[in-house]
Design a protein around this ligand. Structure first.
Ligand SMILES: Cc1cc2nc3c(=O)[nH]c(=O)nc-3n(C[C@H](O)[C@H](O)[C@H](O)COP(=O)(O)OP(=O)(O)OC[C@H]3O[C@@H](n4cnc5c(N)ncnc54)[C@H](O)[C@@H]3O)c2cc1C
Length: 402
């Protein structure tokens, strides 16, 4: 694999840099930097979404005929890297990276026409209804029922850990439509409007007090039969395609390298007990170097996967490797960050958001103010999108052939 950038790639990278310089406001950067949750709130993500939409870059990962760009995998990687370096927030990934590509592949022409423009423009905000109490890793055991009555599916049951359901006007759900067949064969994929009497959203607060996830209850909720994606019983295939997108073609390393570089900067200004900067502390610096090495190794793995994709080979189970490595690395960076900020890193403000005029003043640096909450919320990264143990099972079976 040739790791040198071509002249075209360098020109593309410079175009992205110039665009970010001109359009990414300080308020958006601050919004991301002072968000301790896993996802940025829609006031930040949608503001940036609209700017990217006007530029034509919002759905860059989609097929060209559905509004995507014709970027090469390397250009996509360069874009993500520049975005990470510039500190831009991530526009609603559940809409853009999960349901959007599913509709591009499995949607009927009517579904595409109805939903894709509204996802691109940010008018619709989606959440993901996969997990249920008792069905997370073993997703195929899900039990929420949907029965077809007079051209409508009637839904009963609940979904849990539903990210940003409190903001969403649509949810895509995996539901059980047949209990007589093999577990996977009885699952169907439905698009369900949230704004109806049969849907109730109940918040679940994280350890830091952040409201990102919810339990969603369906009590005779309804959706029209034309909101079914794929055939009845084809939901598992659709779900699997989506999960591959959730884990696949990743670009985690640039953001992690940025976080490590920030940590190094903070270390220069933080003093040890003897009054010298933390950068003189050999234990701290060796841990930082270890993180950096792991992040660089991850970046090369991600670039290798991109090169495979460019040569027509799918990302495949290697994405389990990058998910596993990146989420553990992210947690280790957060741990060191928290240790560096010492007593400042113990503050846990209850107000949200922490980026507007009403936010409480930090004790010390703003980065210390969000450190503990980010650390606590970051524990989730080795659970969502497939837990560590599940990724290790995939690696054992499909990469190591054990
Ligand atoms: C912050 C956050 C946001 C989320 N957002 C969403 C969302 O928007 N929509 C949605 O549908 N879901 C969402 N989830 C749910 C997430 O997908 C599940 O939490 C995840 O799949 C694990 O399922 P579970 O919580 O039921 O744990 P379980 O599956 O019960 O797992 C419990 C423990 O057992 C281990 N384990 C399970 N099976 C095996 C096995 N076969 N071998 C070895 N160990 C195993 C797991 O690794 C874990 O440690 C979110 C979760 C979090 C934390």
């Amino acid at each position: 694999m040739d790791m040198n950038l071509s002249a075209d790639d360098i020109a593309f990278r410079d175009e992205v840099r110039a665009f970010l310089d001109e359009n990414l406001t300080q308020a958006l950067r601050t919004g991301l930097a002072r968000t301790p949750g896993v996802f940025v709130e829609p006031d930040i993500s949608l503001a940036w979404h609209k700017i990217l939409y006007e530029k034509g870059w919002i759905t860059h990962g989609w097929p060209v005929e559905d509004g995507g760009t014709d970027w090469t995998p390397m250009q996509t990687y360069l874009y993500e890297k520049e975005v990470a370096l510039a500190g831009a927030p991530k526009p609603a990934p559940i809409s853009l990276q999960l349901i959007g590509p599913v509709l591009c592949k499995y949607g009927t022409p009517e579904q595409k026409e109805r939903f894709l423009p509204r996802i691109r423009s940010g008018e619709d905000f989606w959440c993901q209804g996969y997990s249920e109490p008792g069905s997370g890793s073993d997703l195929a055991s899900l039990s929420m029922r949907a029965t077809l009555e007079n051209g409508k599916y009637v839904l009963n049951g609940s979904k849990i850990w539903t990210t940003h359901a409190q903001h969403a006007n649509w949810i895509f759900c995996l539901v059980r439509t047949d209990t007589e067949v093999k577990k996977q064969a009885g699952i169907t994929f439905l698009l369900v409007p949230m704004d109806q009497p049969g849907v109730k959203v109940t918040p679940i607060l994280s350890m830091s007090g952040d409201h990102e996830v919810n339990q969603v209850f369906f009590d005779n909720a309804e959706t029209l039969v034309e909101n079914r994606v794929g055939a009845e019983g084809q939901g598992w295939e659709v779900a699997t395609f989506l999960l591959q997108n959730e884990r696949g073609g990743s670009c985690f390393a640039p953001k992690l390298l940025v976080n490590i570089a920030k940590l190094e900067e903070y270390a220069k200004n933080h003093l040890t007990a003897d009054g010298s900067p933390m950068t003189n502390d050999t234990d701290f610096m060796s841990r930082l170097a270890n993180l950096k090495l792991r992040a660089h190794a991850l970046e090369y793995t991600e670039l290798r996967i991109q090169a495979n994709i460019a040569n027509g080979r799918p990302a495949g189970p290697q994405t389990s490797l990058t998910k596993l490595i990146s989420s553990n690395l992210a947690q280790d960076i957060q741990t060191l960050h928290n240790e560096l900020f010492a007593y400042e890193g113990l503050q846990l403000p209850s107000e949200r958001p922490l980026y507007n005029d009403n936010a409480p003043d930090p004790i010390g640096d703003h980065a210390g103010q969000t450190s503990l909450a980010a650390y606590l919320n970051g524990r989730a990264s080795t659970i969502y999108g497939g837990s560590d143990q599940v990724q290790k099972n995939i690696i054992a079976k499909r990469i190591l052939q054990l």
